[in-house]
Design a protein around this ligand. Sequence first.
Ligand SMILES: [Mg+2]
Length: 265
Amino acid sequence: MIENSSIWVVSDVDGTLMDHSYDLTPAKETIKKLQKFSIPVILCTSKTASEVRVIRKELNLIDPYIVENGAAIYGESLKRVNGEIILGIEYELLEEILNLISIEIDYKLTPLNNLTDHEATELTGLKGNSLNLMRDRHWSMPFLNPPSFLDKKITNCCKKFKVDIFKGNRMSHLLSRNSNKGKAIDALKKYSNIKNIKIIGLGDSPNDLPLLLNSDIRIVIPGKEGPNLNLIDQLNDLEFILASEPNGYGWKNEINKLLNKLEIN
Ligand SMILES: [Mg+2]
């Protein structure tokens, strides 16, 4: 329960809690330890609610979860809001905005949901029913990364259409300006009514920047080839911990170290 603790772990999923082969094993024991101390583990991801439900089940998590890059928060325990807090705008509207941006930059931006099964598997490694879960989107719009030379034009379009675009390692995300991972954390804090919550935030790529900026302890998780330099760049001179191992192993090590420091291990 988020109300029972003034320390929250807020974690990205892909590339942070697990590697790109979707293995959750390394972090499992540490998550159990956190649960023993009633520290909530709030997943905060660009994935859909349908995808996260599978992961929560595997990890036995009951805490609220932030999905679609901060555009929606769900959780059985969010009773006063009927289990959901929505920050984003509807998929259909985002689709219209993506089309307008395509016209403006004279380059067809392709929503992830428009890919064939084969193309989507190539990009994400997901197959079969996992593809259906990934496509069950309502409040955000992932699309194929455009070439870098268009970055400036796209930034200008974001201003014009009052939206945000986060370029990730494998795809970009179009979001309403009122929704990102950091804003979702704020909304959840507000809902909980607890003062002085300390957030331990973990992420691996630039779409985690709002999450990390909104954390009291920031942990950057590297991939096998090292950390995302774009993210490191954007953290500037802010204090952060760079995990010494990639993905779930780095996650586990750094959280265990913190638990030791908090002397609740
Ligand atoms: Mg990630």
